[in-house]
Design a protein around this ligand. Structure first.
Ligand SMILES: *Cc1c(COP(=O)(O)O)cnc(C)c1O
Length: 376
């Protein structure tokens, strides 16, 4: 017998999460998650799932029927898009301007498809001219994939222009909106986005572990025309949809994460009550406040102003300042988490998130005061 370990209940502190995600979860969302678990085929739960779909369609600004939340984090949403759409031999123009574009490329290759990469420097948006040149050079390409809001650098790319280009060259677009959904303008139908995925824990301020996705009718047609089955059983949308859109006839695919879906329902309900455009505006307003404060502390932004994400503020660490020591002090003395640099920016920048419920005046004030004190 292995003897039982003596372990106490885990009581996490109340941190203020101003990093690249997870972001602060709204108290109403946490409360929603603590409600009684019901069966995932319970008629009342199915009613909630139908509302959840409507709320997701609102957040994405789409009428796409294939709109749902994958029961796993943003990375699974990314994989869902690639494994369902791609078949061996497909060619994908993959834009890389940070960590997540490179992950897209890896997904493409694991699907047996060919990735043509278009690289932009870290901190820069995807360059549409470079994408068009790649489309001209590769008439065989059938997809364009890019990250709308690059969380590793804080750069916003022009999704509308990139999706129009994809369409002009008869390609479907695959868009990473993990950090953009709810934080900056995003219009799936109007911009002609074919496949999109997001995450629950960034600007939606929900608990981590769910990934909203949506597929256009053209993307659905592509999935239905596959000659080979989707290689992942769990992420195969043709199977998952029998649960998400079956109405009263829903059939079992996997056990839905019931309580996490309550949380997503509540977070999207809060977003709808605030209004999408109002939420975009709030992120921008809080960013402007934070920016003024950071600049008065002498901190410099990594990304140029015209393509800067309001919800992810990457600033260079001043010379002579100990990166890890500052973040440790912020956490221990102020209960404040900011993000470290990732990839090329590791040790060189901090990433200050203003995502969802964290994008509030009191957080901006606390962050600026804390940084001022710790840097002094
Ligand atoms: C966070 C993030 C992901 C991955 O999401 P997880 O929920 O961590 O799996 C993918 N893309 C971008 C742009 C992100 O910011």
């Amino acid at each position: 017998m292995i003897t039982p370990p003596t372990i106490h209940a885990f009581l996490p502190p109340k941190r203020i999460l101003m990093g690249p995600g997870p972001s602060d979860v709204h108290p109403q969302v946490l409360a929603a998650q603590a409600r009684p678990t019901v069966g995932h085929l319970d008629p009342l739960f199915i009613g909630m799932m139908d509302e959840l779909k409507q709320l997701l369609q609102y957040a994405f600004q789409t009428k796409n029927d294939m709109t749902l939340a994958v029961s796993a984090p943003g990375s699974a949403g990314m994989e869902t898009c690639f494994v369902n759409l791609l078949q061996p031999g497909d060619t994908v123009i993959v834009c890389r301007n940070g960590v997540f574009g490179e992950r897209m490329r890896q997904n493409v290759e694991r699907c047996g498809a060919i990735a043509i990469t278009v690289d932009n420097a870290w901190g820069e948006p995807v360059n549409p001219q470079a994408v068009e040149a790649a489309l001209k050079a590769h008439p065989e390409a059938n997809f364009v994939a890019f990250v709308h809001a690059e969380t590793s650098t804080g750069a916003l790319s022009d999704a509308k222009t990139l999706c129009a280009l994809a369409r002009q060259y008869q390609c479907l677009s695959i868009v990473d909106a993990v950090t953009s959904l709810g934080g900056v303008e995003l219009r799936v139908d109007e911009w002609g986005i074919d496949a999109i995925y997001s995450g629950s824990q960034k600007c939606l301020s929900c608990v981590p572990g769910l990934s909203p996705v949506s597929f256009s009718p053209a993307a659905v047609a592509r999935i239905q025309a596959r000659t080979l089955p989707v290689r992942s059983w769990f992420l195969d949308q043709t199977l998952v949809m029998s649960y998400w859109s079956g109405g009263a006839k829903r059939s079992y695919h996997h056990t839905a994460p019931v309580n996490a879906l309550y949380a997503l329902h509540e977070s999207l309900r809060l977003l709808a009550a605030e209004g999408l455009e109002q939420a975009w505006q709030r992120h921008n307003d809080m960013h402007q406040l934070l920016k003024l404060g950071l600049e008065s502390l002498g901190l410099k932004f990594v990304v140029a102003e015209h393509c800067r994400l309001p919800q992810l503020n990457a600033v260079y660490i001043p010379a002579g300042v100990d990166d890890a020591a500052v973040r440790k002090q912020l956490l221990e003395q102020y209960n404040l988490e900011i993000g470290a640099g990732l990839g090329d920016l590791a040790g060189k920048a901090w990433r200050i998130g203003l995502m969802g419920y964290a994008a509030r005046r009191e957080n901006v004030a606390l962050c600026l005061k804390a940084l001022e004190n710790v840097l002094a």
